[in-house]
Design a protein around this ligand. Structure first.
Ligand SMILES: [Zn+2]
Length: 91
């Protein structure tokens, strides 16, 4: 069940946690709660093969707009317009 004993990135200790994963398919986004091995040192999340397959299924459903079984959470926006890193205009 546990594919990793240590974090493959930094060698840190892994703990099993429930995490919220953001998935995108087409123009839709969904959040799913799954359990993952999370590195205590760098925060890397490791998922099992089954979980990765599950993500793929959900991305696919999002792409095909097959979202009736998903619970709407709110709207997803892109923020356009002025950004704080835009160059300052001197008049
Ligand atoms: Zn790590």
């Amino acid at each position: 069940m546990k594919p990793f004993k240590k974090c493959p990135i930094c060698g840190g200790k892994l703990v099993e946690k429930e995490v919220g994963k953001l998935l995108q398919g087409g123009k839709h986004t969904a959040i799913v709660k799954v359990s993952a091995e999370v590195c205590l040192h760098c925060g890397e999340r490791l998922y099992t093969q089954d979980t990765v397959r599950y993500f793929e299924q959900i991305r696919d459903k999002l792409k095909r707009q097959d979202v009736l079984e998903f619970q709407p959470l709110g709207q997803f926006f892109e923020v356009a317009g002025k950004r704080p890193d835009d160059p300052v205009e001197h008049v």
